[in-house]
Design a protein around this ligand. Structure first.
Ligand SMILES: NC(=O)c1ccc[n+]([C@@H]2O[C@H](COP(=O)([O-])OP(=O)(O)OC[C@H]3O[C@@H](n4cnc5c(N)ncnc54)[C@H](O)[C@@H]3O)[C@@H](O)[C@H]2O)c1
Ligand SMILES: O=P(O)(O)OC[C@H]1O[C@H](O[C@H]2[C@H](O)[C@@H](O)[C@@H](O)O[C@@H]2CO)[C@H](O)[C@@H](O)[C@@H]1O
Ligand SMILES: [Mn+2]
Length: 441
């Protein structure tokens, strides 16, 4: 059986340990012969890389595994590149969230002012990284889930218009399907969704039972009304995520037609959401004090003991498993369905063709074959057209080094929605992102 060479960009990420374990768990389905972790930060990369050496010696000794901070070592002869960089790191995520909240607007990783700030940093770093990758591995599949994926996808579409091997993808729609399956007590693989939107801004119009074809949406609506909504892995979640998933119930009471993505809450209820976020302690603080500490503590323990042992079984990682399944679908041309980010080209009939949209697609060796959802209702069209414009204007700001375009994007964003506030926020974020954004004139 063919075996693949894989590189993870952002190898020092808090998600990498989950990937290392998942590559072992899935080595029959997606066989790899070489795995390289690459990160620009050697201090983050080293402990995760050393963990990998111990893990693979125990469970996958035939794997050629290494880690590096040198692109020339990381990128040659690759078949798949998994991209999970965080431009500016968690300290900048903290600023993306704290600065807007201190000014009375939502501060969040991927939406609103913080998401646009992160977006400009990611345009710079992702475009540079993909150029480097293409120097060494012109035909590798690039699977990107670095955030904000909506803005990154638009930037990569413009920078690499003829590159058919860049796929942008997010796990949140699948997380919601898995959560629905928990609610209904069915296997998540038995569910067949129809979904439309932008990344972190979409809706399920139907969730069919794969076998019978029955649309389960009425049952889901009734069950959410009666029982609320929990993430599929609720036992592993911090309270803020439980609240975010729980809010699906409120959204479905007000807008019962479809099942929302959890991120829709920020766009539909910006005032309510803002008043319930703590400007002194945001999700970034929770991640820094929680997941980041846990991951690096686990790495330190394993390095000290020289074995992974039972830690291998501690938690399953749906995120990593999904991304590896995506690579498997491409590698073996399975045409399995995933919800992916693609150029619209009529998938949402009444949205502009060059929008990067998120829909169900069959995925195989020739890339995604998206499924059309037809014309979406006026309300959803209005929301999405506004946000597409906002995302495009941020990418314009990147290419043109344009303060004006950035100001337009901030003004148009539903989470800001006011030109004076947009200017205040933008000025504060320009200051905080010096050296990491293009200089806006
Ligand atoms: N779309 C999704 O479904 C999804 C899900 C989870 C995480 N993510 C994204 O994955 C990324 C990692 O998240 P995290 O919380 O583990 O962050 P993290 O800060 O712990 O890890 C990111 C790593 O990227 C590295 N990095 C930064 N710039 C880089 C560059 N130019 N080249 C190579 N490496 C670079 C950092 O040094 C760090 O080790 C983020 O972009 C996050 O938003 C996306
Ligand atoms: O606040 P964070 O860093 O915990 O999560 C932000 C990400 O949230 C979504 O992803 C999943 C994540 O992949 C999964 O491992 C788990 O932590 O749940 C998250 C929410 O369901 C989102 O899709 C990503 O884009 C965010 O970066
Ligand atoms: Mn996502």
């Amino acid at each position: 059986m063919e075996k693949f060479n894989v590189c993870i960009v952002g190898g020092g990420s808090t998600y990498t340990l989950g990937f290392l374990k998942s590559f072992v768990r899935l080595k029959e389905e997606f066989p790899i012969k070489k795995l390289v972790l690459f990160d620009i930060d050697g201090d983050r990369q080293r402990p995760i890389g050393e963990y990998g050496k111990i893990l693979f010696k125990e469970r996958f000794p035939e794997l050629d595994f290494s880690y590096t901070t040198d692109p020339a070592e990381a990128y040659p002869e690759m078949d798949f590149i998994f991209m999970q960089m965080r431009a500016g790191g968690l300290p900048m995520r903290r600023k993306d969230e704290h600065i807007p909240l201190s000014m009375g607007k939502i501060g969040q990783e991927t939406v609103g002012a913080g998401g646009m700030a992160y977006g400009l940093r990611s345009c710079v770093d992702m475009i540079e990284a993909v150029h480097q990758i293409r120097e060494y591995s012109p035909n590798a599949w690039i699977l990107n889930y670095s955030n904000p994926a909506a803005i990154v996808a638009e930037a990569l579409r413009r920078e690499f218009p003829d590159d058919q091997r860049i796929l942008n993808i997010c796990d949140q729609p699948e997380n919601i399907i898995r959560s629905v399956s928990r609610l209904l007590n069915v296997d998540w693989n038995s569910l067949d969704p129809v979904y439309f939107g932008l990344n972190h801004y979409g809706w399920f119009t139907h969730i069919y039972d794969k076998k019978t074809g029955e649309d389960l949406l009425p049952l889901i609506r009734k069950t959410v009304h009666e029982k609320g909504f929990l993430p599929q892995d609720a036992e592993q979640r911090d309270k803020s995520w439980l609240d975010t998933y729980g809010f699906v119930q409120t959204m479905m009471e007000d807008f019962p037609d479809y099942i929302p993505n959890t991120y829709d809450g920020y766009y539909l209820y910006p005032e309510y959401k803002c008043s319930h976020l703590n400007p002194e302690y945001t999700r970034a603080d929770e991640v820094i004090d929680g997941r980041e500490k846990r991951v690096f503590a686990e790495a330190a323990e394993v390095i000290k003991e020289g074995k992974v042992g039972d830690r291998f079984h501690a938690i399953s990682d749906a995120h990593a498993e999904m991304m590896i399944k995506v690579a498997e679908a491409i590698a073996f041309n399975t045409n399995q369905r995933f919800i992916v980010i693609v150029k619209n080209d009529g998938a949402i009939a009444n949205l502009q063709n060059d929008a990067m949209v998120e829909v169900v697609a069959e995925l195989g060796i020739n890339g995604p074959r998206p499924m059309r959802v037809g014309t979406i209702p006026q309300f959803y069209y209005g929301l999405l057209a506004q946000q597409v414009s906002c995302e495009k204007l941020i990418v314009d700001a990147y290419y043109e080094h344009s303060y004006q375009k950035a100001l337009e994007a901030f003004t148009l964003n539903r989470l800001i929605n006011d030109a004076k506030k947009a200017r205040e926020l933008l000025d504060a974020l320009v200051e905080a992102n010096k050296g990491q954004w293009p200089e806006l004139k």
